[in-house]
Write a protein that binds this ligand. Structure first.
Ligand SMILES: [Zn+2]
Length: 159
């Protein structure tokens, strides 16, 4: 495969431990993944299968650590949840300036907020759920008629 960056040289392929800084954390190494490199321009292209699963594994490792979260980890978890700064502020019931202070390490996130964040990651409150929830809330007063039918001693909704 030719290097997509310089379009001059063929990429070489090796299996190695890859320092995954692209995730915004300095502490993540992917063990023995395929890494393509360009001997000409120095372009490095790791092959990372199942990125979503990988980010899930990182998020779960973070919420289970016993030490406090550092600012970069807070940013990672927010992005993992699919939230913008405004989403994060709304879900944490605080203002955006507060979010910025946590994410830039100007103020330490207090323990109850940190536990709330960990809990939201643990319960999988990703943005898709949030949007669905918002949509459901708008229809909260709409009645729904039920057709129930007894089927082998239990009541079930009729098809
Ligand atoms: Zn190149």
């Amino acid at each position: 495969m030719k290097c997509p960056n310089c379009e001059r040289a063929e990429l070489t392929e090796t299996r190695e431990n890859y320092h995954y800084q692209e995730c915004g954390l300095n502490s993540v190494t992917l063990v023995g993944i395929v890494v393509r490199k360009c001997p000409d321009c120095g372009n490095v292209m790791p092959r990372i299968p199942n990125i979503e699963g990988l980010h899930g594994a990182i998020a779960h490792a973070l919420i289970n650590k016993s030490e406090r979260l550092i600012p970069h980890e807070i940013v990672f978890l927010r992005k993992y949840l699919g939230w913008s700064g405004a989403d994060f502020a709304r879900n944490m019931h605080c203002d955006r300036a507060q979010i910025s202070k946590w994410e830039h390490g100007k103020v330490e996130m207090s323990k109850p907020y940190e536990l709330l964040l960990r809990e939201m990651v643990a319960s999988g409150k990703k943005i898709e759920d949030y949007q669905r929830h918002e949509a459901a809330r708008k229809k909260i007063f709409k009645t729904r008629s039920l057709m129930l039918q007894l089927q082998e001693k239990s009541w079930k909704e009729a098809a």
